[in-house]
Design a protein around this ligand. Structure first.
Ligand code: SF4
Length: 455
């Protein structure tokens, strides 16, 4: 989401005649789009700002800070003499006003927001999501469909950093995807802190005047997926992130059935022990989580029997009070779920969250050990899953090319399957980047596949 926000900030600046500096010493404006999800990310921001201020002698240089840390009073106090503006990303207006005030040559600047009137269920301002992005990637696009979160998981900064959950107008999202795919984008990643709780009403103006509520159209996430799937063109759809408590049977059926929706599902577990899940305020049990995995796997098998499916997750180790025995429940879920990928996080107390008040009583070394332990399980399940690819022909979206293999007069390419597996292959063809090609898989490791382009 931060990556996507950075693309919008860049798009906004470029629209108003700002240009990327050739190197950091030439820059007049530097924007830190910060992540506060872990202490290590926060420390990196302090280090980089300190270095910048001590080494950069450009007197014109101005520094802006946005993202997760922008709203935090302690951060503002700590950095107040180094930062020219703090703005939470949802308050894009504050940024715009500051730019007008500080760069007078563009005082007629106006936010180019979509002209249609928006009607969200809440009053949060999400106009900034409609700002055109400056994308570095011509074939993959991040499309936010909602922002903020109402779930208040006890360890998470998102509800305080981004505010309450707000959905973007369905028509605007659909128009955006149409536009991107017309321009040749091959992969659409629908983004949101919890895409499953997407909800939007479209009122037709006549019905509002006459009060005929029945003419209002309701979009939930499944309906939105169906509409996006109808858009013509050869492109794929991914979506992140899901919350297990909001993954409905309707969504599972829809995702499994739609041809453009890829065969992978990200289902954050966070912990495998019910007591830890309760203290994390996750609102599901380990049993309910297993049931969901089962349903998802059955649905994909039923509708896409000829395709392989991947399941990924997020797990936090060392949450306050998590005993070794409780941690072993996470290990057990991992073995049973047979994940393809898991993003691990060692618990780190975040100011403003409920867990900030809890005693961070699992030592650093224990957290590191637990992560390593789970990573070993992941290596085994991912390797086993990947071996199923050998001999198959998969659609691979080509992402980059490395030095050509002069010896073989071939180019070495890297791309991803529909299940987000990394694939390396050699080909004598040129200009494959951004194309979807058929690759026969001949070798599989835990994290990568290797293949040859299929004739
Ligand atoms: Fe944070 Fe996700 Fe929980 Fe929302 S659902 S509070 S974004 S972890």
């Amino acid at each position: 989401m931060n990556h996507s926000d950075s693309e919008r900030i860049a798009g906004f600046l470029e629209l108003h005649k700002f240009r990327p500096a050739k190197n950091i010493n030439e820059a007049e404006l530097i924007i830190f789009n910060t992540c506060g999800v872990r202490q290590s990310a926060e420390d990196r921001v302090y280090g980089q700002i300190h270095n910048l201020k001590s080494k950069n002698k450009n007197l014109k240089l101005k520094i802006i800070l946005t993202g997760c840390l922008a709203n935090r009073k302690d951060v503002q106090k700590r950095l107040r003499d180094k930062i020219d503006l703090f703005f939470p990303i949802s308050d894009f207006k504050k940024f715009e006003n500051w730019i007008i005030k500080n760069y007078l040559e563009i005082k007629n600047l106006k936010l180019k927001i979509a002209s249609q009137k928006r009607k969200t269920l809440r009053k949060t301002d999400i106009d900034y999501l409609s700002i055109n992005s400056r994308r570095n990637n011509a074939y993959r696009a991040l499309v936010p469909i909602m922002t903020g979160c109402d779930n208040f998981c006890s360890y998470c900064v998102v509800p305080s950093a981004r505010g309450r959950e707000t959905s973007r107008p369905a028509k605007e999202i659909i128009a955006k995807v149409k536009n991107l795919t017309k321009k040749g984008v091959k992969e659409i990643i629908l983004l949101g802190q919890n895409v499953n709780s997407y909800h939007f009403w479209i009122s037709n103006s006549k019905s509002r005047i006459s009060g005929e509520d029945s003419k209002r159209k309701f979009y939930n996430f499944s309906k939105l997926l169906k509409e996006i799937n109808k858009i013509p063109g050869n492109f794929r759809i991914h979506f992140v992130s899901n919350h297990p408590k909001d993954v409905t049977d309707e969504l599972i059926e829809t995702a499994a059935k739609l041809s453009k929706v890829c065969e992978c599902f990200h289902l954050p577990l966070q912990a495998g022990n019910n007591d830890v899940l309760r203290r994390m305020n996750r609102k599901y049990s380990r049993k309910q989580y297993f049931l969901l995995i089962q349903k998802i796997k059955v649905a994909y098998k039923k509708h896409k029997a000829d395709k392989l499916f991947s399941i990924t997750s997020d797990i936090i180790v060392g949450f306050p009070g998590e005993t070794r025995r409780q941690f072993m429940d996470s290990a057990e879920v991992m073995k049973k779920a047979k994940y393809d990928m898991v993003y691990f996080g060692q618990f780190s107390p975040r100011p403003g969250t409920a867990a900030w008040q809890m005693k961070d009583d699992v030592s650093k070394s224990e957290k590191a050990w637990r992560e390593k332990y789970l990573n070993e399980i992941l290596k085994k399940t991912a390797s086993k899953n990947n071996r199923k690819y050998v001999g198959r022909i998969e659609d691979v979206l080509v992402e980059k090319q490395k030095n050509s293999l002069a010896r073989l007069a071939k180019n070495e390419y890297f791309g991803k399957t529909r299940t987000m597996k990394n694939v390396k292959f050699a080909s004598d063809k040129k200009k494959l980047i951004g194309k979807i090609v058929r690759v026969k898989i001949i070798k599989a490791g835990a994290w990568n596949l290797e293949g040859a382009i299929s004739k």
